[in-house]
Design a protein around this ligand. Structure first.
Ligand SMILES: Cc1cc2nc3c(=O)[nH]c(=O)nc-3n(C[C@H](O)[C@H](O)[C@H](O)COP(=O)(O)OP(=O)(O)OC[C@H]3O[C@@H](n4cnc5c(N)ncnc54)[C@H](O)[C@@H]3O)c2cc1C
Length: 419
């Protein structure tokens, strides 16, 4: 097959690849040959399913502390280059107005992810970038005359490559980790641990929480290491399911639990079912409860009924037991369950149900003002392929937009442009 010649090849047209393509095309001008390829039959599937089909594009306040993976300083540098306001302006100029919800998350006013994807695809096309799919890249080799990039039915010689192949989350979208194999083959390192982030957790089969499918309630969820050290703590709704637990608080905490375990620390998760109350104050309330008050009536309204009954059962207290009649041991047992309930997490739901990937190419191997590899000159990386993952709330897209923008502008400058 004839090897075509391309100035800049963007591999992967997800959030990062589309953003990189738009800005590479705009800044490079019409003379540059810029092509974006994606292995998926349906481009942008992850954008379409994001935020329950509404696409949580970003968050009104994005800080390095909202991320895990590479060093906070390194993450900050990239985020600063293309902040939230720039993203809001970019989408506004493409006809997509964003609205801020109470949680700080930004969604399109249409509440339709399709609006976001269409705007990006139009912007790519107007920027003069040719988007082709399905073209799955299987190998990239650095040669004297540029990068030889190959896949079934595709062979190109590219001056620069922007690798935006994502991580491994939602493999049916096309993000199956192939990009990580490719960067390894080029001499990059990938973090020792690569695992699902933002993923529902599986509890032991006998755990009563598995009987509470459908119940959602706000909790504080803490992840503690074997030594008792607090690793992470989040307060948000938790959803009980037939396999264990899900919901924003679980997704956020899962990343930290799994990375501690991957590093050999048998970390555990603990729930505080009454996130707004403190244990000492609640114990005082129990001691001073009216003499006829039962344990069930004390907790009624504070917790969903089915959950309340299950928690009383776990702590060995009958719903009809009088609060004042509890022995000190029973009272403490109930307080332990309400304020520090250990969960027996036996696994996670894997990449199929994960919203992000923890691990990837360390930012220490990337020049942050251009996202160009320090290991392979001419190769740029952006998005989730990097060792950066954010919490729930639009932070992962913000990373993809920012790193994609930096990479896109930088490659444009190398093909004689105005960037
Ligand atoms: C269900 C779900 C909901 C989410 N909701 C949100 C949300 O609301 N807000 C938020 O901020 N984040 C959300 N995320 C996370 C967010 O979608 C990702 O962090 C973000 O899409 C990463 O962008 P990316 O471009 O780096 O990678 P991806 O979006 O994964 O794109 C990578 C692209 O590369 C292509 N590709 C991979 N390998 C090859 C290859 N060898 N050759 C050619 N092409 C290849 C893939 O087909 C894919 O299109 C969600 C994720 C999931 C799974």
């Amino acid at each position: 097959m004839r090897r075509e010649s391309i100035d800049v090849l963007v591999v992967g047209a997800g959030a990062a690849g589309l953003m990189a393509s738009v800005h590479a095309g705009r800044a490079a001008g019409p003379d540059a040959r810029i092509v974006a390829v994606d292995g998926a039959r349906k481009v942008g599937m992850k954008i379409l399913v994001a935020g329950g089909g509404r696409c949580n594009v970003t968050h009104h306040e994005v800080l390095p502390e909202d991320y895990a993976g590479s060093s906070r300083n390194a993450i900050r540098k990239v985020l600063r280059a293309y902040p939230v306001e720039a993203v809001v302006d970019f989408f506004a100029a493409e006809g997509v107005r964003l609205k801020r919800e109470e949680t700080g998350k930004l969604f399109p006013t249409t509440d339709r992810a399709r609006t976001v994807l269409d705007a990006l695809l139009n912007a790519v096309s107007s920027a003069g970038v040719e988007l082709r799919h399905p073209i799955r890249i299987e190998s990239i080799e650095r040669r004297d005359d540029g990068f030889h990039v190959t896949g079934p039915g595709f062979a190109a010689n590219a001056g620069r490559v922007v690798l935006c192949t994502g991580g491994k989350a939602l493999p049916k979208s096309g993000s199956d980790g192939m990009g990580l194999e490719i960067v390894r083959s080029l001499g990059h390192s990938v973090t020792e641990a690569v695992h699902p982030a933002l993923v529902p957790l599986i509890l032991a089969e006998a755990d009563p929480i598995r009987e509470l499918g459908g119940i959602a309630t706000p909790v504080r969820l803490s992840v503690r290491g074997e030594s008792g050290r607090n690793i992470a703590e989040y307060t948000a709704p938790m959803l009980c399911t037939h396999f264990g637990i899900s919901g924003p608080v679980v997704l956020d905490a899962s990343r930290h639990l799994l990375s501690a375990r991957a590093a050999g620390d048998q970390a555990e998760a603990f729930v505080r079912w009454l996130p707004e109350e403190d244990r000492e104050g609640f114990e005082r309330t129990m001691i001073g409860a009216p003499s006829g008050m039962t344990c069930q009536s004390m907790l009624k309204g504070r917790l969903p009924d089915r959950l309340l009954r299950a928690l009383l059962h776990v702590s060995g207290v009958e719903p009809t037991d009088r609060v004042r009649g509890l022995t000190r041991e029973r009272r403490r047992a109930l307080l332990d369950v309400l304020f520090d309930h250990p969960l027996v997490v036996v696994g996670d739901r894997g990449y199929t149900f994960a919203e992000a990937t923890a691990g990837g190419v360390p930012l220490s191997e990337i020049r942050l003002d251009s996202m160009e590899s320090r290991v392979v000159p001419g190769l740029h990386l952006a998005g989730e392929i990097c060792d950066v993952d954010g919490r729930v709330g639009g932070f992962n897209f913000q990373w993809a937009w920012a790193s994609g923008w930096v990479a896109g502008r930088a490659v444009a400058a190398t093909v004689g442009a105005t960037a």
